[in-house]
Design a protein around this ligand. Sequence first.
Ligand SMILES: *[C@@H]1O[C@H](CO)[C@@H](O)[C@H](O)[C@H]1NC(C)=O
Ligand SMILES: *[C@@H]1O[C@H](CO)[C@@H](O)[C@H](O)[C@H]1NC(C)=O
Ligand SMILES: *[C@@H]1O[C@H](CO)[C@@H](O)[C@H](O)[C@H]1NC(C)=O
Ligand SMILES: *[C@@H]1O[C@H](CO)[C@@H](O)[C@H](O)[C@H]1NC(C)=O
Ligand SMILES: *[C@@H]1O[C@H](CO)[C@@H](O)[C@H](O)[C@H]1NC(C)=O
Ligand SMILES: *[C@@H]1O[C@H](CO)[C@@H](O)[C@H](O)[C@H]1NC(C)=O
Ligand SMILES: *[C@@H]1O[C@H](CO)[C@@H](O)[C@H](O)[C@H]1NC(C)=O
Ligand SMILES: *[C@@H]1O[C@H](CO)[C@@H](O)[C@H](O)[C@H]1NC(C)=O
Length: 490
Amino acid sequence: MDHIIKFFVLLILFGLVNACFAENDFGQCKGVVKSWASSSLDKEIRQKDKHTLKDLLFFLHVPRTGGRTYFHCFLRKLYPGYLECPRSYDKLRFDPSKEKCRLLVTHDDYSITSKLPKDRTSVVTILRDPVDRVFSTYEFSMEVAARFLVHPNLTSATQMALRLRSKTKGVSTLAIWPWKYLVPWMRNDLFTRRGARYSKGLNATDSSDPYDMEDFAMPLQEYINHPVAWDIVHNGATFQVAGLTNNSYIAEAHDVRHCVQKYKILGKYVLQVAKTRLDDMLYVGLTEEHRESATMFANVVGSQVISQLNAPNTSLDTIENIEKSSFSDADSDSSEHQNITSDRGASETTSIESGEASESTMTVGKLMDSYEVCISNLRKSQSSRRISSLKRVPVNFTKEARHQVPEEVLQQIRSLNDLDLELYEYARAIFNKQHNGSLLITEERLDNISSSAFGFILWKFLTLAITFFFILFLFLLIVNVRRRTFKVKK
Ligand SMILES: *[C@@H]1O[C@H](CO)[C@@H](O)[C@H](O)[C@H]1NC(C)=O
Ligand SMILES: *[C@@H]1O[C@H](CO)[C@@H](O)[C@H](O)[C@H]1NC(C)=O
Ligand SMILES: *[C@@H]1O[C@H](CO)[C@@H](O)[C@H](O)[C@H]1NC(C)=O
Ligand SMILES: *[C@@H]1O[C@H](CO)[C@@H](O)[C@H](O)[C@H]1NC(C)=O
Ligand SMILES: *[C@@H]1O[C@H](CO)[C@@H](O)[C@H](O)[C@H]1NC(C)=O
Ligand SMILES: *[C@@H]1O[C@H](CO)[C@@H](O)[C@H](O)[C@H]1NC(C)=O
Ligand SMILES: *[C@@H]1O[C@H](CO)[C@@H](O)[C@H](O)[C@H]1NC(C)=O
Ligand SMILES: *[C@@H]1O[C@H](CO)[C@@H](O)[C@H](O)[C@H]1NC(C)=O
């Protein structure tokens, strides 16, 4: 009997000590996240004229939202090449303070604005349904990784990649975040699975589900639960807008992100910052509403770029000696196994054409017309690349196949991307307001820090209450057991 009591007392003590530590860690995390959030919100300049395009346009390109078509088919036609910030997608060599550039398009997160003249920068972005974004990230990782399968083994594949990278001056997919992590991870996995298949003499699969063919490729479910996906994919849009990605410029970003991943309730603070930033952007597009988004982009951003660059009084003439940016289509996939020469040729041609166009004759109408042509060409070439690459795995990702993915997996993706789901809803609301013609977005905050602080107090109270009732329950149990054993002894 005594043993049982001792055991329970120990258990309770252990529980309390544990809870105490957890509480401490939680408290610390909460402090870290809160102080980051309030300093971020302080730094956010409340711009009255946020609808006016400033000197520098920063396109915060969340991966797999279709930003590349905006870059190629709008921005490249509007801005002459010498106004592009050099090597936009390449963090290592980017130093905006040195260049009087006017256009920056990159996967770098919002924290890069710490290096930009903030009061002279307009930010734009595009968001996408988080579940589709995860699918697309998975598929694109596979597409780029599969190109390496032309090599007999991983050693020769990586050597080839290194050799080509040193030769090309442009930035390849493998050099830019997040693909520099996601593609090698997938590539190594593809080679491992191929090796295993060869040694088993296996050559076919009975699975028709491209998201679950484990003999050929990492299944989607394994992908989303892997630590790398946790680091980079999930809630990626929120972290990018908040400036908290794995690629952030600010040192405390990693602590803040880890705390938020550990204690979901702290996500409120991050969302608060991300929503405020979306509010302050010049333009927020949606991948799903492609047509409306593109039209709005031309009207809101394009028209202002045209008038800005055409104004006689721009500082264009004073720009000296700017290295012509030499990157090819960086987001994407002008990766080593493509015909880089022809690719480059094409993009340089557009940039020369566009230079001429934007100097005198470009209008919003013409911009939209050339956009239509450009995007259909881009889509064609993307799709043929994709098919030829993925047949090496071989998988065939189709819309129908996506519908076959079990609800359980979808639910997991949603739960892992809870912040992104909420931010996406918020972006939709902003988009609708923009779209309905009223560009005056009211400055209301849907929920503010103090209301989320209330959430905390409630949560803490609940934990305490639960602990209390648990101890009470144990106590009653013990007393009951003792009474019964007493009776039996009698
Ligand atoms: C990998 O392939 C290359 C080229 O065929 C070959 O020279 C090399 O020996 C291979 N390495 C291994 C470890 O099999
Ligand atoms: C495996 O299948 C491919 C075509 O799908 C064929 O070319 C190859 O010879 C097959 N290999 C074996 C060992 O059956
Ligand atoms: C970012 O994530 C990758 C992949 O998980 C990891 O290898 C890398 O160390 C991370 N970087 C930082 C700064 O956390
Ligand atoms: C042209 O720019 C200069 C300084 O950059 C400014 O002082 C001047 O007022 C501008 N003129 C016009 C017509 O905008
Ligand atoms: C690459 O492009 C050039 C010029 O368009 C073409 O002549 C060449 O055949 C292409 N090479 C490959 C391997 O497709
Ligand atoms: C992929 O599947 C679609 C629809 O089932 C089919 O039309 C297409 O030809 C397939 N593509 C490849 C490369 O097998
Ligand atoms: C904007 O228009 C859409 C339909 O076009 C409508 O569903 C939505 O409620 C409108 N939003 C506002 C804020 O008026
Ligand atoms: C936040 O909400 C509180 C009341 O819940 C209000 O007094 C305060 O003004 C709000 N702050 C902002 C910035 O909206």
